[in-house]
Design a protein around this ligand. Structure first.
Ligand SMILES: Nc1ncnc2c1ncn2[C@@H]1O[C@H](COP(=O)(O)OP(=O)(O)O)[C@@H](O)[C@H]1O
Ligand SMILES: C[C@@](O)(CCOP(=O)(O)OP(=O)(O)O)CC(=O)O
Length: 461
């Protein structure tokens, strides 16, 4: 019997809480994006050995095939061997984590096909291919996955999370991702697989967002996963993994939180890029060397981050409780820039002080990220980005913006009235001061893992 189920998980933009999220004392606000990673299953029962193939047809040599003798697998924690010696650490780690967790007795032939929305990677040297009914189009690249430039939406987290839920569904045809406990299980397994593939335990905000969607996130204690990776024996590893996934309170926060209606996130890819690990090393070294100064800065930045969350939630509440006033507020936003709104507020002429609250929160976040930049020497909001973000405050319909995640030269994220999105992207195209920005064709899509309609992928699989 063959069954096809397709699951997808979103990419991320860390709007508030970069660096602080590495420490469980602080929370971060992460926005889930409309660029998603999809995993389509095909399962057949077999009497031979288990065979698991992951295909990623958009990339050259995008196929990783493993034959697994289940008895041998249980006895030996050696890594899986790909048929042609191809490596994809995230694929290998996810398969071995799921098999260690499920400890299956019956054999299956499983094929999972991955489809990655175009926002994750540069589209240079790629051609589109659509499903028969044209409802889905993916870009096909001429190079292997490791050679295609990433845009920073968290492709490995999307891959691991969608592959985790897809593999689990192959062993449990009743798997329902609308069930909270199931979703938490997927999250825990995906975090383990992602950390083991990376060889380090990060904050996990990307995997949490891929699973739960737009959230306010607090991380887990790294010792939960560090303890696991030290276990050499497969059966002990499996036992510890089951305990960790099913019986341990990870003490994470993943409270749903999304942008208020009528306000959109616009993400600009910047020519250039930065290496997150290098920035993180500098920031953490300074934090260690300057405990008092850094505590003050972390506290101030955290207050600014949390005030952005609360003013956005306040707008969401107004949109529901007083929709007429909210429509007027959006109309005002779509005909003024942040500078103008701020000016009106200082002259006490502003009717919609809630808009000013968002602008002030964004400015505070930037102020403290700039202090972090100057104190640590890590180029989090470098001068070019400062200029660019200042310039976005002059655009009609824009509340301002930040450098997302670790910052640097990767991207900017701005908050914009929905009606102004197209105007802003058209207006900035020809302007010298915005020449380094390429607005990405994506928006917030607040849902985490969802199950897709297989008909939408006809002709692609
Ligand atoms: N569509 C995909 N198909 C197969 N593997 C993928 C895909 N997207 C990401 N990966 C895996 O994730 C790796 C990229 O991970 P990483 O360098 O951590 O980038 P990111 O910051 O985007 O997560 C790729 O080299 C590959 O192993
Ligand atoms: C600094 C950080 O807190 C946030 C980094 O956010 P990015 O969104 O920049 O992440 P990458 O996709 O890994 O480059 C590090 C972390 O939390 O892992």
């Amino acid at each position: 019997m063959t069954q096809t189920r397709i699951f997808s998980a979103p990419g991320k933009a860390l709007l508030a809480g970069g660096y602080l999220v590495l420490d469980a004392s602080y929370e971060a606000f992460v926005v889930a994006l409309s660029s998603r990673m999809h995993a389509a299953t095909s399962v057949q029962k077999t009497h031979d050995t288990t065979s698991i193939t992951v295909k990623s047809p958009q990339f050259k040599e995008g196929e990783w095939s493993f034959k697994i003798d289940l008895t041998e697998f249980k006895q030996n924690k050696a890594s899986l061997k790909e048929k042609d010696g191809r490596r994809n650490p995230f694929v290998e780690s996810t398969i071995s984590t799921i098999l260690s967790y499920i400890q299956p007795i019956e054999n299956y032939n499983i094929t999972i096909t991955i489809f990655s929305d175009s926002g994750y990677h540069s589209q240079v040297d790629s051609v589109p291919q659509s499903s028969t009914n044209k409802s889905r189009t993916f870009q096909y690249h001429s190079a292997p996955i490791t050679e295609v430039s990433k845009t920073g939406l968290g492709s490995s987290a999307g891959l691991v999370t969608s592959l985790t839920v897809a593999l689990l569904s192959c062993y449990n045809s009743k798997l329902d991702i609308k069930d909270e406990a199931t979703l938490l299980k997927v999250h825990n397994l995906a975090q383990v697989a992602h950390c083991l593939a990376q060889g380090k335990v990060g904050s996990g905000f990307d995997v949490a967002t891929a699973t739960f969607g737009s959230i306010v996130y607090r991380r887990f204690n790294p010792s939960l996963i560090n303890g696991l990776s030290a276990i050499e024996d497969r059966s002990k590893f499996s036992e510890a993994l089951v305990k960790l996934v099913d019986e341990t309170d990870w003490k994470i926060t993943h409270n749903k939180c999304c942008l208020p209606s009528g306000i959109k996130l616009l993400m600009g890819d910047i020519v250039g890029g930065s290496e997150t690990p290098k920035l993180v090393t500098k920031v953490l070294a300074w934090r260690k060397a300057e405990p008092e100064k850094s505590l003050e800065l972390w506290t101030n930045l955290n207050n600014a981050n949390m005030s952005l969350v609360s003013v956005l939630q306040n707008l969401q509440t107004i949109s529901k409780q007083n929709p007429e006033r909210y429509q007027l507020l959006l109309k005002y936003l779509n005909s003024h820039s942040a500078i103008e709104i701020n000016q009106a507020a200082s002259e006490k002429k502003l009717e919609f002080s809630e808009l000013e609250d968002v602008i002030v929160a964004i400015r505070k976040i930037r102020k403290y990220l700039k202090q972090m930049t100057l104190a640590t020497g890590a180029e989090i909001e470098p001068e070019e980005q400062t200029q660019l973000l200042d310039d976005t405050e002059t655009l009609t319909g824009c509340l301002g913006g930040v450098v997302p995640g670790a910052g640097g030269y990767d991207a900017i994220c701005i908050l914009v009235g929905e009606e102004s999105v197209k105007k802003i992207s058209d207006l900035t195209k020809g302007q010298e001061k915005f020449k380094s920005v390429k607005w990405l064709d994506l928006e917030e899509q607040a849902e985490g893992i969802i199950e897709e309609d297989p008909n939408d992928f006809d002709g692609l699989i």
